[in-house]
Design a protein around this ligand. Structure first.
Ligand code: NDP
Length: 458
């Protein structure tokens, strides 16, 4: 049997080893899950909802343990682990409240003996390849509505959040979800690859553009529903009439929360030239106040970098920015180990010739660029292949809306950032992906509409 070693990225220690799948075991799990799906669909929706309600109660009961597990394998500061688990509860509540209405068969025509109806049936067997940065959020966005709508789920946690994925499975089983209806698939990229080869009805992926593109290529000819939630290079523009200190404090948090490892982290900041200096100095002051250290400490704000290879990406962006004339204001280096550590890093005088302003950093590092006004800000915000989120800080609502209407992004923010709501669809434009999760659309996405043409005999 293959083994997967789980390490703590904050100190490099081996936490444990778990059994990992291989191609044969993935295939067997897919067969089991497919066979179990019709039985799960036959379970009344009220009982499927009761299972998820009990799962929610399990999360609440074990919140401290679950937070500690997530912190140990991802390096996420413990307070943020708790925040994620508490945030999950609101998402579960939303799905439980909305799912009934999404599954009601609609009669769209009834005249002269002819009736037309739209029925919402589950996709069938859904595969979910998930990320490590918010494993409860990005996993729960998929498997909770998928299970509620009557699908079976093959869930592959990232190898960097495997213990969390196994905890999810245990809580789902304790809550009454049958062991063949939700099955974890454990291992690294090659196990994800094996998952793609199974007979599945939907593939829901959260991760990098590079992996997403490979998955799209592999599944393209297979006519499998494909949903990809990928990376971003999310910009924010601070107008001349914004409060520079308030904007800086909010955006420093948006850039560095979860050690900058959020899909919707603020990754580029444009500031009007008239308040640029005030903004930059407030931003640096805020970042200097962020406590870096042991993720299990209550006052830690910057934790470990979860994946060691990301350190080289950050090094390269820093070196490139420096070589092209950016001004390093704070940080700019790895911090001593053991474990994977990077100092919170702020550059001013950046431009779009630099990788720092073009490619996802996915770490606690940010560039702040001076702009002359709205037109330049919009042009720069749209100068990207990504389109996940974008924001504007100004007291002027009409101006913010006019600006954000011109920006190519799935979510836009006025005077806020790095925010996800269960009530709103989460989607990316361009290389940030296809499809969506959350909102009522994020329930429907696990169903397909079946058209009924019914002529009565009389
Ligand atoms: P990766 O693309 O490296 O991995 C994502 C998942 O794919 C992991 O489970 C990984 O397994 C698996 N995988 C790797 N190779 C293959 C393959 N060849 N075939 C099938 N599966 C494979 O991304 P990260 O986990 O590093 O996540 C970070 C990225 O996710 C960032 O770009 C971030 O922006 C994005 N993201 C986007 C979100 C959104 O909502 N748009 C939300 C959260 C993150 P393993 O880890 O075991 O190698």
């Amino acid at each position: 049997m293959n083994q997967l070693a789980i390490h703590n990225p904050a100190n490099g220690n081996l936490i444990t080893q778990v059994h990992a799948d291989d191609a044969a075991s993935v295939a067997a799990k897919a067969v089991r899950a497919r066979a179990a799906q019709p039985g799960w669909l036959a379970v009344p929706l009220t009982e499927r909802k009761a299972c998820i309600t009990r799962f929610r109660a399990g999360v609440v009961a074990e919140l401290e343990v679950l937070a500690a597990i997530m912190t140990s394998e991802t390096g996420k500061p413990i307070k943020m682990s708790r925040n994620e688990l508490n945030g999950l509860l609101g998402r579960i509540d939303f799905f439980l409240k909305e799912v009934d209405a999404q599954l009601v068969t609609e009669t769209v025509f009834a005249e002269g003996g002819m009736t037309e109806q739209i029925q919402h049936i589950p996709l069938g067997l859904v595969a979910n390849i998930s990320a490590w940065n918010y494993p409860w959020f990005v996993g729960g966005n998929v498997y909770i509505p998928a299970l509620l709508t009557g699908n079976a789920v093959l869930y592959k946690p990232s190898e960097f959040a495997t213990l969390t994925g196994l905890a999810m499975a245990r809580l789902l089983y304790d809550a009454g979800v049958p062991q063949d209806v939700f099955i974890t698939v454990v291992g690294g990229g090659e196990v994800g690859q094996a998952l793609l080869e199974q007979k599945i009805d939907g593939l829901f992926f959260t991760g990098s553009y590079a992996t997403g593109a490979r998955i799209a290529q592999a599944l393209g000819p297979r006519m499998v529903k494909l949903q990809l939630e990928l990376g971003g290079k999310d910009p924010t523009y601070v107008c001349e009439n914004a409060d520079p200190k308030a904007a800086a404090e909010s955006l420093a948090d948006g850039a560095m929360y979860n050690t900058g490892q959020s899909c919707c982290s603020v990754e580029r900041i444009y500031v009007h030239e008239t308040i640029y200096d005030a903004f930059v100095s407030a931003f640096v002051e805020t970042v200097r106040g962020f406590k870096v250290g042991d993720p299990t400490s209550e006052d830690t704000y910057i934790g470990a970098i979860t994946r060691a290879p990301q350190l080289a990406v950050l090094d390269a962006q820093v070196a490139d920015a420096k070589a092209k004339g950016a001004t390093l204001l704070v940080g700019g280096t790895r911090l001593p180990g053991p474990g994977n550590w990077y100092a919170p890093t702020v550059f001013s005088n950046v431009n779009h010739s630099m990788e720092l302003m073009r490619e996802e950093s996915f770490g606690p590092i940010i560039g702040i660029q001076k702009v002359s006004g709205d037109a330049q800000a919009v042009q720069l915000m749209n100068d990207t292949r990504y389109g996940l989120t974008a924001g504007v800080f100004t007291p002027d609502e009409a101006r913010a809306k006019a600006l954000l209407s011109q920006v190519n992004a799935g979510s836009v923010y006025w005077n806020c950032c790095d925010r996800v709501s269960p009530r709103l669809p989460w989607s990316g434009h361009g290389d940030s992906g296809v499809g969506l999760t959350l909102s009522t659309y994020g329930i429907q996405t696990f169903t397909r509409p079946k058209a009924w043409h019914l002529r009565s005999a009389s």
